[in-house]
Ligand binder design. Structure first.
Ligand SMILES: *Cc1c(COP(=O)(O)O)cnc(C)c1O
Length: 368
């Protein structure tokens, strides 16, 4: 897996150019979508990002040593009861308060420690996932000196349909957020994920929260201005063989050769995040040729048809493209009916990663 960090920095700067009046935050949860938060987060900080979003406290603690002291790390899912709040407060990590219980625990800590402890406040504007409803919001804001004890750094919500720019839900959610904002008029608001950052200027707010586009994947399917792809993925051929008509290929013999074929076994399987649902559907690329996957993807390998290539032109040790100029993360997602987010976050664990075009190292590569 090769990760072009210069492309990620360029994508960040491009979003800043599209939203000159806002702060462009960055979502680096799930280990920066599988790409390696320890390597990616400092690149984004160097490009100017100051607001970092992760899902869990553990992710915040893991990425913090790689970031300068003047950035803010927000924990989107908030803090779990039983010690996380004390730890976050100690490390100046900012929770998102999503529920009255999370707000109560943080508020209680400000009282216990007689400290002012900032937080972000999430409200539900229609997605029914996380955030206070209007009644809970009023209740929490009514606690004695709530906003003095807890300076609200962001009033945030999340959009359900930002990748469908014309959806009625978008204008509804923006309008509902307005109603909450009326109670906290001077608090910066944050609503936009990647799709909203690209397609919905009305949802930009004060602090954007893109993830996917930073990593070079265009959200949605419309004619989007293209982000610079940042991820490419190759795997090696382990074996090439000729099989006779009637031979079965892979588990369950889901594919039976109708003619004599030449096949290549590729060293990537579902334990690498190369989805099993690509069985009999997906393909890999080799010098402009698409090599279809035959039968089921196994845990560590899959078999592709190389009959169309000249004999001897592919052999053990050659690399085939899984993701690259011929096949994007979005192409794969579309093919198997999932989101590019799921493809990306699945890939991070077993492939070795090469970080290319690191500005501070004069373009040298670094391996992890
Ligand atoms: C994951 C997430 C984002 C980023 O979404 P992308 O589609 O990757 O841009 C933004 N906000 C919240 C609350 C999220 O959970």
């Amino acid at each position: 897996m090769t990760i072009d960090v210069a492309a990620i920095a360029a994508n960040y700067r491009r979003l800043c150019g599209m939203h000159p009046a806002a702060r462009v935050g960055v979502v680096v949860k799930a280990d920066a979508y599988g790409l390696g938060a320890a390597q990616i987060a400092p690149v984004l900080a160097a490009a100017g990002a100051r607001d970092f979003f992760v899902a869990h406290l553990a992710e915040a603690l893991a990425v913090k040593p790689f970031l300068p002291a003047d950035v803010t790390i927000f924990v989107l899912n908030g803090l779990a009861p039983g010690g996380e709040a004390i730890c976050a407060a100690e490390k100046n990590i900012i929770p998102v308060l999503n529920t009255p219980e999370q707000a109560r625990d943080w508020y209680a800590l400000t009282v216990d420690q007689s400290r002012v402890l900032p937080a972000a406040l999430q409200v539900d504007t229609g997605m029914s996932r996380l955030g206070l409803d209007e009644e809970e919001f009023d209740e929490v804001l009514g606690w004695p000196a709530f906003t003095q004890k807890i300076p609200i750094r962001l009033l945030m919500s999340h959009m359900a349909c930002a990748d469908v720019p014309g959806a009625r839900a978008n204008t509804d959610q923006i309008a509902r957020l307005e109603r909450f904002c009326a109670r906290l008029p001077s608090v910066p608001r944050s609503l936009a994920n990647s799709a909203a950052a690209m397609f919905l200027p009305d949802a930009a707010g004060d602090v954007l929260r893109p993830g996917l586009v930073l990593y070079g994947v265009d959200p949605g399917t419309t004619g989007v201005p293209h982000m610079r792809p940042a991820v490419s993925l190759e795997a090696r051929v382990i074996q090439v063989r000729d099989i006779p008509a009637g031979a079965g290929v892979g588990y369950g013999f889901d594919y039976i050769a109708k003619f004599p074929l030449r096949t290549a076994t590729v060293s990537a399987g579902y334990a690498d995040g190369w989805p099993r649902s690509l069985s009999s559907r997906g393909g890999v690329w080799f010098y402009g040729n698409r090599l279809p996957i035959l039968g089921r993807v196994s845990m560590d390998s899959c078999v592709v048809d190389v009959t169309a290539l000249l004999k001897g032109s592919i052999g053990p040790g050659d690399r085939v493209e899984l993701i690259g100029p011929n096949q994007s993360v979005s192409d794969l997602a579309m093919l198997i009916g999932t989101t590019p987010h799921e493809i990306l976050t699945g890939l991070g664990r077993r492939f070795s990663k090469v970080y290319a075009n690191r500005p501070s190292m004069g373009g040298e590569e670094m391996q992890s």
